[in-house]
Ligand binder design. Structure first.
Ligand code: ARG
Length: 564
């Protein structure tokens, strides 16, 4: 962003200090607080001999104003540089206008590939809060990598295999309806699943039958597999439509059922490498006690395999198919131990991608429920959020009449409320699901961010002048305008650090700061009715803020709204 200014500072400081230009450049960055200056040099990073505070003082005294850098002041071990405001403002706002949707992005990851396993619900079981968080965070992780030039492959690794699917098939024979299945496969299969579990509690033979059925599936029995395949296909179709509503697309639908072949190879490798311990009852495990990870069961005594066993195969399969540079699993912290075991086994096998695996975990959501009770399906939560936002929108009849597609707008607002609540704090924190708090237009919520975006859109719509990147920005004299410019100039850094931490809250916190600064500035800086040159300067400012707000919302996976 401030490349020219940084280059000039680096040139002079290098001359004054004798430190190479290359070594000075990384020590120059944005200060924490712009009260002191617009760019800061962190003197200890120059690794010079002597007292950094004294060195900072001397450097500041000797620095000569140049290239719109109007002065240098030492504060402790920092040298702060002031840059001429109109010059900064012009360069920041022009950069935004030139880059548009690409503002803040880089291509540094070009040629690299990321695989992200996220959402990954279990067919016929509830889509719980953990799956919702995985969906939201996983999508963000894809986006933030794409914003840095990476190729991201999203994988939905369904829970679609195991004894429970034997139970489900038997249940379908008892309670199933073709009509209900095509109508809403997810709900219908869940209903059967619940009934069968109840039946199995009453009668132990039900479980034996389910096991036998699943055995047939594992042995590749045609009719048994055909029924399961239908359940799976119909469920995926339904999932796809719900994800589409969220604007999420998976490159791949995989699942535990899809990795048998690589899993068998993995088992063989484990046997060959002598890592397997055979128990008296015939079950097999990998002893990870030496790593304080317990004993990991990989094959039950009846010969069937486990979630963990399949994950080893799945990891190999992904590497073979996508030769990833990084492979991320976005899964609730309840499974941290599982992933530690998985990664350790992959390492013990000496697989070449062992150091490319990453588990991004997150805390618990308490009390996610709708009017009808605990949430079972993703759709219910989306529908309720939508309905609530729709009724808020209706409160303002005049505005409501102007909204082009109220249904879709209400839906987007509902999703914004859910997403922002979810991403406001660090991932690992647990939080309480709270309808009132998340839907409030005034607080730090999703609807508030969208509302700010619509206000900026409306300013552009109503303006009597066009957005002009060459507007005279020296007319933007107010601090409230400069605050926005400063925040905008930080966006590329914020994006870069969100990429490092994979914490969506970095972006959310930034968005709130920007939205507050915009709300404050909108009070005083009118566009309509102002002389053309002033109107153009302010419009350029607000239009740039709108671009950045939209970019950051999109990065979080939210579609920015134009009217509400
Ligand atoms: N289906 C699993 C669950 O609901 C999550 C799968 C996560 N991905 C994985 N490769 N294990 O708990």
């Amino acid at each position: 962003m401030f490349e020219d200014f940084k280059a000039e500072i680096a040139r002079q400081i290098s001359e004054l200090s004798g430190v190479a230009v290359d070594a000075v450049e990384p020590a120059i960055g944005l200060p924490n607080d712009t009260v002191h200056g617009d760019l800061a040099l962190t003197v200890p990073r120059l690794r010079m001999r002597g007292n950094p505070v004294q060195i900072a003082k001397t450097l500041a005294e000797q620095f000569k104003p140049a290239c719109s850098i109007t002065g240098a002041v030492a504060t402790g071990p920092y040298v702060n540089f002031r840059i001429d405001r109109p010059t900064i403002t012009g360069s920041v706002l022009r950069a935004v206008q030139a880059a548009g949707a690409k503002f803040g992005t880089t291509t540094e990851g070009a040629g690299k590939r990321l695989v992200v396993d996220f959402s990954s619900p279990n067919i016929a079981k509830p889509f719980h809060a953990g799956h919702l968080r995985s969906t939201i965070i996983g999508n963000f992780i894809c986006n933030v990598h794409r914003a840095h030039g990476w190729d991201a492959v999203g994988i939905n690794y369904l829970g679609d295999w195991g004894k429970q699917y034997g139970l489900l098939a038997l249940g379908f024979e008892r309670y199933g309806s073709e009509e209900a299945l095509t109508e809403n496969p997810i709900a219908h299969l869940f209903e059967i699943y619940v009934r069968m579990n109840a039946a199995a509690k009453e009668d132990e033979t039900v479980n034996d039958d389910a096991r036998a059925y699943f055995r047939r599936m594992e042995d590749g029995d045609g009719p048994a597999l055909a029924l399961w395949q239908r359940f799976r296909d119909l469920s995926i179709e339904k999932y796809k439509s719900i994800y589409a509503r969220l604007g999420i697309n998976f490159e791949v639908y995989s699942g535990e059922s899809q990795v048998t072949e690589p899993m068998l190879r993995a088992l063989q490798m484990l046997e060959d490498s002598g890592l397997v311990v055979v128990e008296q009852d015939g079950s097999r495990l990998v002893d990870l006690e030496a790593h304080r990870l317990g004993r990991a069961l990989i094959r039950k005594r009846d010969g069937t395999t486990l979630y963990l066993t399949r994950d080893i195969g799945a990891a190999m399969d992904r590497y073979e198919k996508y030769s990833f540079d990084k492979s991320v699993y976005v899964v609730a912290s309840a499974q941290d131990h599982h992933f530690k075991q998985l990664f350790k086994i992959v390492e013990a096998l000496g697989l070449p991608f062992a150091d490319r695996l990453l588990n991004i975990s997150f805390g618990v959501v308490r009390g996610m429920s709708t009017r009808t009770g605990e949430v079972v399906f993703l759709e219910d939560i989306l529908n309720e959020a939508k309905a609530k936002m729709h009724s808020v929108m209706r409160d303002n009849e005049a505005k409501y009449a102007n909204v082009v597609d109220p249904e879709r707008t209400a839906d987007l607002l509902g999703m914004s409320a859910i997403y922002i609540q979810d991403m406001s704090a660090r991932r690992i924190k647990d939080y309480d699901f709270d309808w009132d708090r998340m839907l409030n237009n005034q607080g730090d919520t999703g609807p508030y961010l969208q509302f700010t975006h619509t206000r900026l859109c409306s300013i552009e719509r109503m303006a009597h002048v066009p957005v002009n990147p060459d507007a005279d920005v020296s007319l933007l004299t107010e601090d409230s305008a400069y605050e926005i410019v400063t925040l905008i100039s930080r966006y590329p850094d914020v994006l870069a650090s969100a990429f490092k931490t994979l914490e969506p809250c970095n972006i959310v916190q930034y968005l709130f700061k920007l939205a507050h600064a915009v709300s404050f500035a909108l009070e005083g800086l009118k566009v309509r009715g102002q002389p053309d040159d002033l109107a153009q300067a302010r419009l350029l400012l607000f239009s740039s803020a709108r671009v950045v707000l939209a970019n950051a919302l999109s990065l979080l996976g939210l579609e920015p709204i134009e009217r509400m």
